[in-house]
Write a protein that binds this ligand. Structure first.
Ligand code: ATP
Length: 561
């Protein structure tokens, strides 16, 4: 009730109606009786006040009645739930958006989801997009007698995006496919009966961007610029600064499920081929291996280095007779490379294997490992690949029926035939690698191939020279879409020869005593390779930047979040 109305009622109680007849005892202040005129005036004034008070009382009464009639009949059907402190366990069966299908028309469900967007075309109707990972569904909340009140619609339409909501409702077939690009369930929706906020968003001010906007392709953003609702482009740095929000996009949900898939398939294939998983230390006492620089850090009173690969340890595991080993672990590179394909920390998929006669036993296994990964990914992750392609459209990744493996010399010849100037024994520049990738695609119809027998001079000291031409070596790189994803070789397993190679590279063998000792104890001939997980994911999906394939990327300019 308004304060005006309350005042009116109080006034009425304190000032009951004046008597109709004013008694003779009414006198003027000097004791003389009131004249007729005075009496009439007083009576008129009293009557006016009575009428006014009556009117105010009537208005107040009407307002109170109206408010009583407006009590929200739906107030139990919405609201903010208390913080979950694991008070009870009632085993509610929560439904997955993925399983919503027109066949289930009429089925009552309860689900928990992120609220992605709300839109209220009128005071009686709200459209809400609900999201679970890569799946989004439209939910409608329409005013309905005794069930959904106007207040409920208003409240739901104002829920902050990204809140976690619990929704109870009914699956409903829709007469025509839902057009909204962010909705993945096109032929059914949820009719909401109850909606509660389970976890609110308490971010101060507006969140940095909306997940819906962060899921749009560059083409969509560009096309929208001349429309009444231009989409905001969201820079990679803004995304990485707010990575948790960014990771919620269906595209990122799909990318990291694919990344998990690559690791899982790598592991699966190797497990089926007699490998065991090992874990090698990332803290090292010396900055050993050649090439990439290492990070130095304080180690009690001395210093330590972060492993730039598990190279030495995995070879030592071979010397220790483990035969076939692999590791999935972090690799650190202190290189100030600010490119689309370098990070200072990445995940290495490494393997090492003793062979019987020839290192091509290992390149064969590597080729089949990749063909296995490439054949399983589209079978197991079709929905994810489709979701990623919507934001990052890319040419289909061509996989050969049989492995394509060219000698380095053949690669050089292909480049020369295409008019490129390249030296016989130089390493390939990134540009040359890309050009060769394009030429190999045209010639062999593949985006995956390997180059074998690199010049010895461009490979590390532990690489076995080619038996027929000491300028070359038993080493190989594998490529996807013309960019390197694997580097490997037959390793020098003879201790004496290893010492010579170390000396040739200007490395004091005593600085690698434990490594060299492993070979003095006798190690079988072996070969292996190291793969960058994020490069495989980036190139398979055509993401254009390795940071998009790393959950929390580290590069020379980024150590957070
Ligand atoms: P590149 O020539 O591309 O810099 P590299 O020759 O230094 O690579 P290796 O040291 O042989 O690479 O590492 C093996 C694999 O690890 C590479 O083929 C690549 O997939 C991955 N890799 C190497 N360096 C990086 C890096 N800085 N960031 C991400 N992945 C990397």
């Amino acid at each position: 009730m308004s304060s005006e109305a309350q005042q009116a009622i109080a006034h009425e109680q304190q000032n009951p109606d004046p008597p109709a007849f004013v008694g003779a005892e009414e006198l003027n202040s000097d004791g003389t009786p009131l004249s007729d005129k005075q009496r009439r005036k007083r009576a008129e004034k009293a009557e006016k006040e009575r009428v006014k008070a009556e009117k105010a009382a009537r208005l107040a009464q009407e307002q109170a009645t109206r408010q009583a009639a407006e009590v929200d009949f739906a107030e139990g059907n919405y609201g903010v739930l208390p913080m979950n402190q694991s008070k009870e366990r009632v085993n509610v069966q929560l439904f997955s958006i993925e399983d919503i299908h027109p066949d289930k028309d009429g089925r009552q469900i309860t689900l928990q989801a992120r609220l992605q967007t709300t839109r209220a075309p009128s005071a009686k109707l709200a459209f809400i997009t609900l999201r679970q990972n890569v799946h989004c569904v439209q939910a409608t909340l329409a005013q309905a007698p005794e069930k959904v009140s106007r207040q409920m619609v208003k409240w739901a339409a104002s829920i902050t995006p990204e809140s976690i909501v619990r929704v109870e409702g009914t699956i409903a077939k829709v007469p025509k496919p839902i057009e909204s690009p962010s909705v993945t369930i096109k032929d059914a929706e949820i009719k909401i009966a109850r909606i509660y906020i389970e976890v609110p968003v308490t971010w101060e001010g507006q969140i940095p961007f909306y997940v819906d906007d962060a899921t749009r392709s560059d083409a969509d953003i560009e096309a929208s610029q001349n429309t009444p609702r231009p989409l905001p482009p969201i820079a990679l740095d803004t995304r990485l600064d707010n990575r948790v929000l960014d990771l919620r996009t269906p595209t990122n949900q799909a990318i990291f499920r694919m990344s998990h898939g690559v690791g899982k398939l790598f592991r699966e294939f190797l497990e089926n081929n007699g490998f065991i998983e090992i874990h090698t230390p990332k803290l090292q006492g010396a900055a050993t291996e050649s090439g990439a620089s290492v990070f130095k850090l304080g180690y009690f009173k001395g210093e330590a280095f972060l492993a730039q690969s598990p190279q030495l340890a995995k070879q030592m595991a071979i010397a220790a007779d483990f035969g076939r080993v692999y590791e999935i672990g972090p690799v650190f590179r202190a290189e100030d490379s600010n490119t689309h394909r370098h990070m200072t920390e990445f995940i290495g998929l490494d393997l090492e294997m003793a062979f019987q006669e020839h290192y091509h036993e290992v390149t064969d296994l590597l080729n089949h490992l990749f063909l296995y990964i490439f054949s399983e990914l589209p079978k197991r992750y079709a929905a994810e690949i489709a979701a990623i392609k919507r934001q990052y459209p890319v040419e289909e990744f061509l996989v050969p029926r049989q492995p394509v493996m060219l000698d380095f010399k053949e690669g050089i010849q292909i480049l020369r035939d295409a008019g490129c100037e390249v030296e016989d024994l130089d390493d390939l520049s990134t540009e040359m690698e890309r050009t060769l990738g394009r030429l190999v695609r045209e010639k062999y119809h593949t985006d995956f191939y390997a180059l074998d027998k690199f010049p010895l001079a461009v490979r590390p000291f532990y690489t076995m020279p080619d038996a027929n031409d000491a300028n070359y070596s038993n080493s190989y790189d594998f490529f996807m879409r013309g960019q390197e994803i694997l580097s490997g070789a037959q390793r020098v397993h003879d201790a004496k020869f290893l010492e010579q190679r170390l000396a040739g590279a200007g490395i004091d063998p005593s600085s690698m005593k434990h490594y060299v000792d492993a070979f003095r104890l006798g190690a079988p001939p072996h070969a292996g390779g190291g793969i960058g997980l994020e490069r495989v994911v980036m190139l398979y999906l055509g993401l254009g930047n390795i940071r998009r394939a790393s959950m929390f990327p580290r590069d020379p300019k980024r150590l957070e979040p």
